[in-house]
Design a binder for this molecule. Structure first.
Ligand code: EPU
Length: 343
């Protein structure tokens, strides 16, 4: 077990922010994790758990011990004629797991193709895209309580999943390290192509008979066309959550802005934060969408995505997010919440 000091996190966060960790280590299995947790450094320092670094903005040196979870392994733990339960170790790349399922003809997560990050991070924010959410296929996860150094299994109903939310962002925040995640996948996939432009993309690909690979490929193509590739431009996907307002608040807004898109769910109405951001720059001649300062800004094709063009620091990006929150608040009286974790 090697615990490094003053380690640059540049290669470990998709925003490509060059901040240092006071201490840094990588764990490949549970034994290594146990050893790290028993070390003097772990006992003295605040712990920060890093998966793929795809949902974090580093705003200063991380004053503690960063543990990068690289536990690998995929195992079918149960199967019958119609389903398979698959246990994924937390350090596996999410997209690699999606491709593995597609190859095995196991359906359920193909609409979540090409999301950066690890399996272990997926339940924390209940990742979602194109009409699917992790919670739809989630069975259970195993986690290690950091202080007690004991394993605990969290069943689905204990995770309190919500829109981009779970117990690991609320009561259990910072208390556990996720070790593995078990998902239930279908051997008789039901395709969900009704969201957004999936069907158009399948048509333009010339797909006449649906299969998991075609749906996954369509999602990859849509994401590549709309979202910046973190390998090219630093970013962490959606920086903000889509806000919900009550029906009565929505009626008032909709009278004023007839073209405001919306999605009704139960009593609440969800409004795309991207639209709000695009339509609220304090100078009416400008838009936050595509707004750029020297080395950071708002992506030109997706107003929800803040980007680092080269060597921006996290404080500048955080400052931009604050200015955007103020603009949206002033224009629409809606308070945007950040989706990205600020370190
Ligand atoms: N829109 C704009 N301006 C933009 C982009 C979008 O006005 O710059 C409007 C359009 O009306 C569009 C609507 O917003 O119809 C919704 O846009 P989109 O389908 O691109 O989705 P989103 O609400 O912006 C959410 C997720 C994404 C996910 C997509 C697709 C959140 C915070 N984000 O974005 O997730 O990929 O739906 O399902 O819920 C992520 O979490 O990192 C992420 C990328």
């Amino acid at each position: 077990m090697l615990i490094e000091q003053q380690k640059s996190l540049l290669d470990y966060n998709t925003f490509h922010i060059d901040e240092y960790a006071r201490y840094f280590t990588t764990v490949q299995n549970e034994k290594e994790l146990q050893l790290v947790l028993e070390s003097e450094i772990a006992k003295e320092q605040e712990l920060f758990i890093l998966g793929g670094g795809s949902n974090v903005l580093l705003t200063h040196e991380v004053n503690g011990l960063v543990i990068r979870n690289q536990m690998k392994g995929i195992e079918i733990i149960y199967e019958d004629d119609s389903i398979a339960k698959v246990k994924f170790q937390a350090g596996e790349s999410w997209h690699h797991c999606v491709l593995w399922c597609v190859e095995q003809n196991l359906g359920g997560i193909e609409n979540l193709s090409f999301i950066p990050g690890t399996i272990g991070a997926a339940p924390i924010q209940n990742i979602g895209a194109y009409g699917a959410e992790l919670k739809d296929v989630f069975v259970e996860l195993e986690a290690m309580h950091i202080c007690l150094k004991q394993r605990k299994v969290f069943m689905k109903n204990e995770c309190n999943f919500g829109y981009r939310n779970s117990i690991f962002k609320t009561e259990a925040k910072g208390k556990y390290i996720i070790l593995s995640v078990t998902l239930q996948l279908s051997k008789k996939p039901q395709f969900n192509t009704s969201y957004g432009h999936i069907q158009d993309e399948l048509n333009s690909m010339g797909v006449t008979e649906l299969n998991l690979k075609a749906v996954s490929d369509a999602i990859i193509r849509i994401r590549q066309s709309k979202l910046p590739d973190p390998a090219m431009i630093g970013n962490a996907g959606s920086f903000f959550k889509n806000p919900s307002v009550s029906e009565s608040e929505f009626e008032i807004l909709h009278k004023k802005y007839n073209d405001m898109p919306f999605f009704k769910n139960n009593e609440a109405v969800k409004i795309p934060a991207a639209w709000l951001i695009e339509h609220c720059h304090p100078d009416n001649a400008l838009s936050w969408k595509g707004y750029r300062e020297l080395n950071f800004g708002v992506h030109i094709k997706q107003a929800l995505c803040l980007v680092n063009y080269s060597d921006a620091n996290g404080r500048d990006i955080l400052g931009l997010s604050e200015r955007i929150i103020t603009s949206v608040q002033q224009a629409f009286n809606i308070t945007l919440e950040r989706e990205v974790n600020i370190w």
